[in-house]
Ligand binder design. Structure first.
Ligand code: FAD
Ligand code: NAD
Length: 487
């Protein structure tokens, strides 16, 4: 193998593999080093398996509750082994697709752990250790070099300083995916995105679920009304969520694990068959550097400037490794931007391609039921920033499609600049919110106004019509709501 490349990417998650393909499509000789399976956390241990389990478990709950639609499936049952099989087949087919894409684009996929070495003769160097996975037990090593390196090694579940987390029935998200049976009871430490999505899966399957969240609300980064509604909806599904709950210790119990925590100044304990720790994710830097002090860190994360450049010339870092927003589409957008920066740097006249995406506007979705999504700023954030805004809100109980599917509990909120009418943000909690939020992302990055967004006709009956109604409410009144004042 020729060991010299234009670009070496370490880590083939949604950040790294996208960067490698983008670079290869632009004519760079690109390699990607990966020590597990391509697709990273997202495809193998994150977005895709979680959403497959949400889909299967929601179908099961809907079957059980089918009487609302005149369907009687009281005998509905699930086979957890089959759910895992469906989840794994979904992962395999996506991972296989990415492998083929990399090969088809001429990217060299190099298995093993990549370590960044100090540069030599003006070139950056990466040592790849094959970890003996070929069965020989030997650790083959190779040395690759390139002018540019992108670090994209992602993140792993973070631990918390609580005694007893090494007990056998205490797992992180990786460990929960690996269980062969659905737990009879599950206590989740952390009411963030992972916590509420797994609570949705297992509550659907009949597991007794408890959430302990240290902060005063679930999904702390989301709109307050969304967090409050989610707590109520989860409660209706049997999920017991404790807020302001300070976890003190986990101890072994007959049922599995007993968690001792403090809530409103009172010590309490709850036992569950399994405990899931979902308290954030920490960057993967194990064995990544053998280049002295050359790389500056930002706490545990790799420090980068606005061009994704690290402190080492020619070395970039993207995605979860750099902190900030830890989302798959953010990592991919970083990967594309880093390659655009490299192309600009390499271009003889200094002018590379125009940047394809606005990376300052990142939408977020949570796959609870109903779904949650938001982009841009909330009304409260606008107030904090001293921006005068007008807001519009539509309750989905007046939306035809939501009534058909009995998903009318939900709303869409729009935040617009009071003077110009430009869209600044949107928050949704309704069916297909994660599919619909893109409409607002497009509006924000293109500076569209409420009026401009209303020019396009939305088909009927769709959840999408709710967006038009929320937009109409910003400066006027939605058609499908009673007038505030009688004419
Ligand atoms: P990763 O996906 O973590 O990929 C890094 C890759 O680098 C890995 O394959 C790793 O094996 C490899 N690697 C590490 N070190 C080395 C080394 N030294 N040498 C070679 N290879 C190395 N995000 C969303 O946007 N939507 C979701 O619905 C969503 N759901 C999630 C659900 C769960 C349960 C979890 C845990 C995460 C979820 N995320 C979701 C977050 C998303 O998975 C991450 O933000 C995303 O995967 C980050 O991409 P990345 O490329 O930065 O890193
Ligand atoms: P998170 O930051 O979303 O939530 C962690 C929660 O744990 C916080 O609310 C925090 O207050 C709480 N916490 C921390 N220590 C605690 C303690 N000792 N006791 C009780 N609560 C405690 O992190 P996460 O849920 O682990 O998810 C990690 C990342 O994965 C997120 O950044 C998210 O972006 C990404 N993710 C995204 C999706 C999605 O896009 N749908 C799904 C899953 C994960």
């Amino acid at each position: 193998m020729d060991n010299r490349f234009d670009l070496i990417v370490i880590g083939a998650g949604p950040g790294g593999y996208v960067a490698a393909i983008k670079a290869a499509k632009a004519g760079l000789k690109a390699a990607v080093v990966e020590n597990r399976r391509v697709g990273g956390t997202c495809l193998n241990r994150g977005c895709i398996p979680a959403k497959a389990m949400i889909h299967a478990s929601t179908l099961y709950r809907e079957a059980v509750e089918g009487q609302r639609f005149g369907l009687f499936a009281e005998e509905a049952a699930y086979d957890y082994e089959e759910i895992l099989k469906y989840k794994n087949e979904t992962i395999d087919s996506l991972v296989g697709g990415i492998e083929q894409l990399l090969v088809a684009n001429g990217v060299s996929v190099i298995p093993g752990t990549g370590t960044l070495l100090a540069p030599e003769d003006g070139l950056n160097r990466v040592r790849v250790k094959a970890d003996g996975e070929d069965g020989s037990g030997c650790s083959a090593e190779s040395l690759l070099c390139a002018r540019h390196v992108i670090l994209a090694t992602g993140s792993k579940p973070a631990g918390i300083p609580v005694p007893g987390l090494d007990l056998p029935h205490v797992v992180d998200s990786d460990g929960l995916f690996a269980l062969e049976d659905a737990p009879t009871s599950l206590l989740i430490i952390g009411g963030g995105v992972i916590g509420v999505e797994f609570a949705t899966v297992f509550a659907n399957l009949g597991t007794e679920v408890t959430i302990l969240e240290a902060l005063p609300k679930l999904l702390d980064n989301f709109d307050k009304e969304i967090s409050q509604n989610l707590k109520m909806i989860l409660k209706k599904r049997g999920v017991d969520a404790h807020l302001n709950a300070l976890v003190k210790e986990c101890v072994a119990a007959d049922e599995g694990v007993c968690v001792i925590f403090e809530e409103k100044g009172k010590e309490q304990e709850i036992s569950a068959e399994y405990v899931l720790v979902a308290a954030g994710r920490t960057p993967v830097t194990d064995g990544l550097f053998d280049c002295g002090e050359a790389i500056q860190m930002n706490g545990r994360f790799v420090a980068v400037d606005e061009h994704f450049r690290t402190s080492m010339p020619g070395v970039y870092a993207i995605g979860d490794l750099t902190g900030g927003i830890q989302l798959a589409h953010a990592a991919s957008a970083h990967g594309i931007r880093a390659v655009e920066e490299i192309l600009a740097e390499d271009a003889a006249n200094g002018a590379g391609p125009a940047f394809a995406q606005d990376i300052d506007v990142i939408p977020a979705g949570v796959y609870t039921d109903p779904e949650i999504a938001q982009v841009g700023i909330t009304e409260a954030q606008a107030k904090e920033q001293g921006i005068e805004v007008k807001t519009g809100k539509f309750i989905m109980s007046a939306n035809g499609k939501s009534l058909i599917t009995k998903e009318e509990r939900g709303f869409i909120k729009v935040v617009a600049d009071a003077q110009s009418g430009r869209i600044l943000g949107a928050q949704m909690m309704c069916a297909r919110a994660t599919d619909m939020i893109g409409e607002f992302t497009t509006a924000i990055v293109n500076g569209l106004t409420v009026e401009e967004m209303l020019r396009g006709i939305r088909p009927h009956p769709t959840y999408n019509e709710g967006i038009a109604e929320a937009l109409e409410d910003v400066f006027g009144e939605p058609l499908h709501t009673a007038p505030r004042r009688r004419p």
